[in-house]
Design a protein around this ligand. Structure first.
Ligand SMILES: NC(=O)c1ccc[n+]([C@@H]2O[C@H](COP(=O)([O-])OP(=O)(O)OC[C@H]3O[C@@H](n4cnc5c(N)ncnc54)[C@H](OP(=O)(O)O)[C@@H]3O)[C@@H](O)[C@H]2O)c1
Length: 326
């Protein structure tokens, strides 16, 4: 199976390296792309060609790797470009192009799945292509796969959780150290936990995108970003956090889909003994099932653990297509 990794950043480099190390038998990494161009070798790329900066290689071609999808040069697109709002591009066009040609897609990019899940799923259905996106929500926590493989016989009634590690880190520092929001944010930025422009995280949009993916892909709803009521954490005061603490509660940025299918993202008071009351950069999600009751999953919602989700999705593609050994 010929694979293209599109987006050679934090995740792209790690996934490409894993594929080159042969962690997934049956996958030949034939192309890796960044915004300015790509490397393509039909016989498969070699580890020494993938430095930190692809453009140093004599095989580097300037231009968009979209042409590799249009010309059917790959069987699998691993789409790991940045999450862009409101357009979802370039990932949306890449994924649409791949699926419409029957090329399987694995992605961790939230925007195209949150913005156009129904449309992309329909294109995939019409061509028989696979569209897998475990890495979009909860890093290494297998939320989408859990629904697909383990909870088919049950009904998901509600979803409630902490889906953004950056805001959880900030709120945790305010809770345990009494820091102000501004100080906790600056600390998170200095540690590389928060972006230089933290708007998407602290204003709740990152959580909203993930919640949308869960609502549409796990609960079978058809919601849009406009359907989510979003309030971020930038106006949470140190006093509010201290008062919550005195009452054995913590302020957490909670994304929820209620029993009536309403989506909201807002700072909420959470009891300290609630299983979703996790701290630091951890994520936690409680899925309420009609028969099985509440199921809570906790784990790192970003960073290296996300690679696990992406590789598992690739493994599934390889297995379904009959290229794998497992
Ligand atoms: N990191 C995480 O923990 C995590 C977790 C879950 C989901 N995600 C999502 O997964 C995706 C990748 O994350 P990441 O952390 O690897 O991001 P990243 O480090 O910013 O890497 C993305 C890379 O894509 C390249 N790029 C930009 N425009 C491109 C284009 N048009 N075509 C090809 N490449 C392009 C960028 O570099 P150049 O412009 O130099 O090419 C950049 O290196 C994002 O959508 C992110 O939201 C990340």
């Amino acid at each position: 199976m010929r694979a293209l990794v599109n987006g050679y950043g934090f995740l792209g480099k790690r996934v490409a390296r894993s594929l080159l190390l042969g962690k997934l038998p049956g996958v030949r990494l034939v192309a890796v792309a960044r915004s300015t161009g790509y490397l393509y070798r039909p016989e498969g790329l070699r580890a020494e060609e993938l430095g930190n900066d692809l453009s140093g290689s004599p095989h580097f071609v300037e231009g968009s790797a979209l042409v590799l999808l249009e010309d059917g040069k790959v069987d699998l697109l691993v789409e790991l470009t940045p999450t862009n709002l409101p357009s979802g591009e370039p990932a949306l066009t890449n994924i649409r192009t791949a699926l419409s040609r029957g090329i399987d897609v694995v992605t961790a990019n939230k925007a195209p799945i949150a913005l156009a899940y129904r449309e992309l799923k329909e294109v995939a259905r019409s061509t028989g292509a696979l569209l897998l996106f475990e890495g979009t929500v909860g890093g290494g926590i297998p939320l989408i796969s859990l629904r697909r493989f383990c909870l088919r016989g049950d009904e998901v009634l509600t979803i409630r959780g902490i889906l953004n590690g950056t805001t959880n880190y900030i709120l945790s520092r305010m809770h345990f150290e009494g820091l102000t929001f501004d100080l906790a944010l600056r600390e998170a930025q200095n540690l590389g936990i928060a972006e230089r422009d933290p708007t998407l995280d602290i204003e709740g949009y990152d959580t909203a995108l993930k919640l949308l993916i869960l609502a549409n892909a796990v609960m079978g709803l058809d919601r849009k970003l406009d359907d989510v009521r979003i309030t971020g954490i930038s106006r949470i005061s140190a006093d509010a956090v201290a008062l919550a603490k005195e009452a054995n509660m913590a302020v957490k940025l909670i994304g929820s889909v209620d029993a009536d299918g309403r989506l909201s993202v807002a700072p909420r008071l959470v009891k300290l003994n609630d299983p979703i009351c996790v701290h630091g950069t951890l994520n936690a999600v409680t899925i309420r099932l009609k028969t099985a009751g509440d199921l809570t999953l906790i784990g790192e919602g970003a960073g290296e653990p996300t690679v696990t989700s992406i590789l598992n999705d690739i493994w599934e593609v390889v297995t379904v297509r009959g290229f794998g050994s497992a």
